[in-house]
Design a protein around this ligand. Sequence first.
Ligand code: ATP
Length: 428
Amino acid sequence: MDSSNLMDKITALCKRRGIIFPGSELYGGLNGTWDLGPVGTLLASNIKNEWLKNMLSRGDIVPLDSSILHAARVWEASGHVASFTDPMIECKTCHERFRADHKAQIKEHESTHDKTLWTEMKLFNLMFKTFIGPIDNEENKTYLRPETAQGIFINFKNVVDSTRISIPFGIAQIGKGFRNEITTGNFLFRVREFEMMELEFFIKPTDGTKWHEYWKKERLNWYLALGIKKENIKLIDLPKKDIAHYSKGTSEIWYNWPFMGFGELEGIANRGDYDLSQHSKYSGKDLSYFDEKTKEKYVPYVIEPSVGVGRAMLAFLLDSYREEEKRIVLKLNPKLAPYKVAVFPLLANKPELVAVAQKIYKDLRSNFVTLYDGRGNIGKRYFAQDEIGTPFCITVDFQTLEDDTITVRDRDTMKQERIKIKNLLVLR
Ligand code: ATP
């Protein structure tokens, strides 16, 4: 399948089936924003639930939900005010701006003019500025967070003092991040507002490498367990020249994107003690940790797996998309499938079928996210459910009225099986 074509097809499918809509579409659109429709909201929520469940079921990770706005000093301490920048150049002819390190886009742009002249490269800070309160001055300026991680670091001491966890332990957070990207594109891949799933796992400094290796494997396995094909995903250790000066090692999980080949899906960094040390320095508060077991005092190191929900969602959508002879199907892992089951009456104008189908729908709803569909013919209904990845479709037909059986159709095999209504909950 042609790759740009595939992105167009996925984008069209998302619009058609209520997965994702262009942001502010009614007003001509707002670049770098996308809205989740009813189906996409469920898909994103399943991705987030799987991530959080995976983190919390271990017993050594606690959740956090910090605010999006922090005091401006937080961003000075973290280094974002000084250096959360991307290199930018501008085309002197049409004044379009590009990231100087995005060579493919630059080349593509150069092909649109006879001769492209570029401005000098300058650094552009990606943080969105805003003002707290009614006066727009320097003193009241702060930023929309470009990552959720700093909310974790500034609450490190609160969490240690208020819970029973001890090192090694993690704090996991899901929340919105905002980056005023110079250019956006490739659907959900690079946007200006996105949810992030971030873990900060605090460890003894001497255990840094061991835990970094551990989290690289854990995170890769999470994607594989949720159905990403092995050949489409890999782990990469970034060379020293490409990583932040304080990083003790940065790795990435790369996905095989149709528009660029292998590229970043998730970052997994050993950030050393940089963040806690910086916040100690800027806040004047001691953020070191006293290890009761070893009686040592130290500033913990931290391992940070960080991924955008939308970028993960795009990978799951691309990986599960199939075009078969007569249908398009999202072969999503059932854990991620927005709806787990759909219920249909064979004919919508037969009240006796509708009554049974409605009763089943109502019973299933308390256990599964369930859809009811009585429109069109049965083939169209299956087609619609395949396109949003619903694993099972249940049909109530005339035989149901005689022997209390229904058909259950499997999304992947398209095979139908007749089972007793009372056995339906076995699906759970
Ligand atoms: P890049 O160099 O591509 O701009 P980054 O290295 O700055 O990205 P990180 O700070 O490591 O990105 O962000 C962590 C994760 O957040 C990324 O792996 C990605 O999943 C997600 N992410 C970052 N920026 C965006 C964006 N603009 N749109 C969507 N997801 C993003």
